[in-house]
Structure formats: C-alpha cells, structure tokens
Design a protein around this ligand. Structure first.
Ligand SMILES: Cc1cc2nc3c(=O)[nH]c(=O)nc-3n(C[C@H](O)[C@H](O)[C@H](O)COP(=O)(O)OP(=O)(O)OC[C@H]3O[C@@H](n4cnc5c(N)ncnc54)[C@H](O)[C@@H]3O)c2cc1C
Length: 385
C-alpha cells in the first residue's frame, strides 16, 4: 500500500498485474472459504458489511482518496483493476459501492474540511455506507423537477418531501440529498442544493420497495419536516444541479455498467471448458467477450478523462447505454445458446445465476438514468437536433 498523499502519476503494467493477482488470490480465498458466494448484479444487491470492511483493511476501498483523509492515494486505473476483478467475480460489494464510487469524489470536490474528515476515513475503511437521494415520484428522468425542499432556519435546515428508488437507504449511514433550497420548481436548474443527511433520523421514514425477485434493496424515503444541522450543506447553496451532473459521469461510466452479468458469462465459459463447446457456442462466447473488451476500453477512457479533470459526459452516457444493453443481451445469448433452465432455488450455480440475471435485467437500462435519456445526451453532445 502506498503512503503518498497524492495519486501516483504513473503505475507500471507490472504493478497493475501484481495488484490484479493479489485481488484474484484474495477472492479465490474468500470463495473457497465459503465467506462469499459469487452472484450477478452484486454491486446493487450484494450487501455484506463484513466483506466491505475486509476489502477496506486491504486498502481496496477509497483507493483514490488522499491519505490525509484516510484513503490510499492510488490512481483511478488501480481502482479500475480492483473493481473490475470484484465485479467479474460477483463479489458482494453493494454496501460500500455508492460511497466509494461517487460520494467520496463528490465530498472531496465539494465538501468542507469537516465533512471530509467526518466521512472519508470511514468510506475508505469500508464501514460508512451512503445512499443517493435524487429520484422522486414525479422527478426521475426529469430530475430538475425535484420538489423535496430544505428550508433555511438559520442554524438548521428543515427538510420535507419524498424520494424514491433509494438504494440501500435502510442500511446507509448517510444520504446525499438533492433538494430545493431556493426559488420554485419552475426555476428548474437554479435553487437546488445538495445536503449530506445522516441516517437513521427520527423524522425520516424509510419504507422498503420489493423488486421482482422478492428482495428489498431500494426504498421510498419520506422526510417529515426532518431537521438537520446547517453544516449538512454539501458544496455551494444553489449549485446542486452542477454538482449532481459532475457526479453522474462517475455513476454512469464504471465497469459495473457492463459487468453486472459477467459472473454468468464466466460460469458458462467454465462449463464449456469442462464439457466442450459447439462451434455456435464458441462464436457466441467469442462475440460476448469481444463486446465486453470494447466496452472496457471505453470505460477506461472515461476514467482517464475524469482523472485528467475532463468532463466526458457524452462518452459516459455511451458506456452506460451500450454497456447496460450488453448486460441484458449476454443473458439472452447464454440462455438460448446453453439451453440452461433458470432456477432460483435448488439448481446448479449456473441455473441460479441465470435466474437472478433474468430477474435483474429489466433494471439495467433504467437505473442511473434511462437509456432513452442517455441517447438524448449523446445526440445533443454530437450536435444532432
Ligand atoms: C434498480 C434501481 C436502483 C435505483 N437506485 C436509485 C437510487 O439509489 N437513487 C435514486 O435517486 N434513484 C435511483 N433509481 C431511480 C432511477 O434513476 C430512475 O428510475 C430513472 O432515472 C428513471 O426515472 P423514473 O423511474 O421516474 O422514470 P420516468 O422518468 O417516469 O420514465 C419512464 C419512461 O419514459 C421514458 N422517458 C422519460 N422522459 C423521456 C424523454 N424526455 N425522452 C424519451 N423517453 C423518456 C424513460 O426512458 C422511461 O422509459 C434506481 C432505479 C432502479 C431501477
């Protein structure tokens, strides 16, 4: 683990290979020891605080956070190597995922020194978890229509309104909330601010929403005039829209946008290796692998541009659109090419992975902004009217 306080400017290919080998060895031990079970969509529903803190102890959470805030001062490409191995192995990373992926960069970019010292060391230890409070019943794709309001009382804010689809709010230690602090909803992008709200809170009601597979990983969150300290404001009052847009490139472009169902592909490849493959199956496996490799290149390009201070919004939207479509295509291709029957209970590991994949696929193109909306961003970015 490096002790420098700023990201190292360059990492050699050998160092990256060593890091990858370390992560693979660790995951093999975890799986062989029965401590974790590989699953699809593990970054959204694989909530395992024990695993998150074991990763934290290895220095594999908060990797790019500076050491002065408890992080590890590693480069985005090192973080990329670790996260792609975790996802490809279907490791249960959901507990710390949101905090590590977008709240740590958001707090680093916009937070006060007090907020950085309060939240970042716990994020990097894999022990502080966050939820994203953006979507509302009438403000999903049209996010600027949020009605949740935070009223300034001088020393405190009083928050009222409802958020929905809030992943992990029932388990999170805090939520970053997008709320209207000034003006009226017609002001659209003006008058919105972000607040860091600690959870649980006596006046914040968190109701589970059950998804098609029976799990309850997201929620409706109702603020009943919840009072929080003035210091909860994240960044500049009224700049919430710009801050949220900065976060979305992190949210949309990472390897989780094309690797959610990779554990299924790996399981199928293992089965073909053990039992032999028909020419058609070889072609399917090769095609899926080639597409995943191309998406990986695009995702790495976004990571490079983000770390150079760029704003790769269009490429991030393309990664999310193409990647999340691929995640579902992969499931259909394996289902028809392998002849596997999806079984949720009592089946073989690949039958269970297929069942979970089928049930999770409808969410892939919705979460993080629907693909229709992303295509609009791409079209506008390319100057198409
Ligand atoms: C698994 C999952 C986890 C989630 N986790 C979170 C979370 O933690 N925090 C959070 O804040 N949100 C979360 N979300 C919410 C997610 O961001 C929203 O579902 C998404 O932004 C779409 O909003 P909506 O559901 O209100 O759909 P709507 O905006 O009502 O859209 C409905 C349909 O209309 C289409 N549509 C809407 N407007 C346009 C347009 N202008 N042009 C073309 N088509 C359009 C959409 O593409 C979509 O197909 C999660 C969603 C899912 C599925």
């Amino acid at each position: 683990m490096t002790t420098t306080s700023s990201p190292r400017s360059s990492v050699t290919a050998d160092e990256l290979d060593d890091l990858r080998a370390d992560v693979r060895g660790f995951l093999r031990d975890e799986i062989d020891g029965g401590r974790i079970v590989p699953d699809v969509d593990s970054w959204m529903t694989g909530f395992d605080p024990g695993f998150s803190s074991r990763l934290g102890r290895r220095g594999w959470v908060g990797m790019t956070v500076p050491t002065e805030y408890g992080g590890h001062g590693r480069t985005p490409v090192e973080r990329f190597v670790v996260t792609e191995e975790l996802l490809a192995h279907g490791a249960p990373v959901a507990a710390h995922w949101i905090a590590d992926r977008q709240m740590a960069p958001g707090i680093l970019a916009n937070g006060t020194d007090e907020q950085k010292r309060r939240y970042l060391p716990g994020i990097a230890a894999g022990t502080i978890f966050f939820a994203i409070g953006m979507s509302e019943p009438d403000a999903g794709s049209d996010l600027a229509a949020v009605r949740t309001r935070a009223v300034d009382n001088g020393d405190t804010w009083t928050i009222s309104g409802t958020k929905v689809w809030t992943t992990g709010a029932h388990l999170a230690h805090a939520m970053v909330l997008l709320a209207r602090t000034d003006g009226v909803p017609d002001d659209r992008h003006k008058g919105l601010s972000q607040l860091v709200v600690d959870l649980p809170h006596p006046d914040i009601e968190i109701r589970p929403i059950r998804s098609i597979d029976g799990q309850a990983h997201f929620n409706e969150v109702i603020f009943h005039d919840a009072v929080v300290d003035k210091s909860a404001l994240l960044g500049e009052r009224g700049r919430g829209w710009a801050q949220v847009m900065g976060e979305l490139a992190f949210e949309r472009s990472g390897p989780e946008r094309y690797l959610s169902t990779m554990p299924l592909l790996r399981a199928w490849a293992g089965q073909l290796r053990a039992h032999g493959a028909t020419p058609e199956q070889r072609t399917t496996l090769g095609t899926l692998t080639a597409v995943a490799w191309a998406l990986r290149g695009m995702s790495l390009q976004v990571a490079d541009e983000l770390s150079a201070g760029g704003k790769p919004d269009v490429l991030a939207a393309m990664v999310k659109d193409l990647g999340s479509t691929f995640e579902g295509d992969l499931v259909n291709a394996i289902r028809s090419s392998s002849g596997t029957i999806a079984r949720r209970d009592g089946g073989t590991p690949i039958e269970r992975l297929l069942a979970q994949s089928v049930l999770h696929t409808p969410a892939f193109t919705l979460r993080g902004g629907t693909n229709e909306i992303l295509r609009g961003i791409v079209a506008r970015g390319l100057g198409i009217r």
